[in-house]
Design a binder for this molecule. Structure first.
Ligand SMILES: [Zn+2]
Length: 210
């Protein structure tokens, strides 16, 4: 099955990528009962690192991948999961067949996500297809060097890119398919996702929340 068909939108900035290993990203206000083999947490903000939701998705064999700044928030899970791996921007790790590259994610015209915090997005390589989950970011210069088949980009504005900025980012990244996120809760609406779709040059999939 193609990677795009395995990507499930769990609302806001939460995603599940199903496969031989279930990869969960930034679980928040989950309604699913799926467990994560690999749990990626981009940064410490409550809508990305939610203890209540982490509790729901972890199991003995889960590997958590997150940033050092998040360590205090997740230290209590160390005994409940197989491993917690800490990554900084540009680190690459491999978990069996899955390659996970941490990439920079930060604001340029607001202060919610300072570059110095070294928070991250992720580029996953799964069966030769690549998925970029940008996390909470603005359009940043590092996007010039990214390549991916599928890009998940925030569109709500306020804390992250607006729909217009995200569409600009998509023109730099040039994915085959772009998926809007970071709307429908806290900030942003489906209108932002639709506006993003209108402005992009590439195929855009607006995923239904599961
Ligand atoms: Zn954030």
């Amino acid at each position: 099955m193609a990677l795009i068909d395995n990507i499930h939108f769990l609302g806001h900035a939460s995603f599940l990528i199903k496969g031989e290993k279930n990869i969960m990203i930034d679980p928040f206000k989950l309604t699913t009962t799926e467990k994560a083999d690999i749990l990626l947490i981009s940064h410490e903000h409550y809508d990305h690192c939610s203890p209540e939701d982490i509790e729901k998705v972890i199991k003995d064999s889960t590997i958590i991948v997150t940033v050092p700044g998040n360590q205090s928030k997740i230290a209590s899970y160390a005994d409940k999961v197989a491993d917690i791996k800490l990554v900084k921007p540009h680190d690459t790790i491999e978990i069996e067949e899955i390659k996970i590259e941490a990439v920079p994610a930060y604001n340029t015209n607001k202060d919610f996500h300072p570059k110095d915090n070294e928070w991250v997005g992720f580029i996953l390589t799964i069966d030769n297809e690549t998925l970029y989950f940008s996390a909470d970011t603005d359009l940043i210069e590092e996007m010039n060097n990214l390549t991916c088949d599928i890009a998940i980009l925030p569109v709500s504005g306020t804390y992250v890119m607006t729909a217009e900025e995200a569409a600009e980012a998509s023109k730099i990244i040039k994915p085959k398919i772009a998926i809007p996120m970071h709307y429908g809760d806290i900030v942003g609406s489906i209108d932002d996702a639709n506006k993003f779709k209108e402005l992009c040059d590439c195929e855009v999939r607006i995923l239904d929340k599961e």
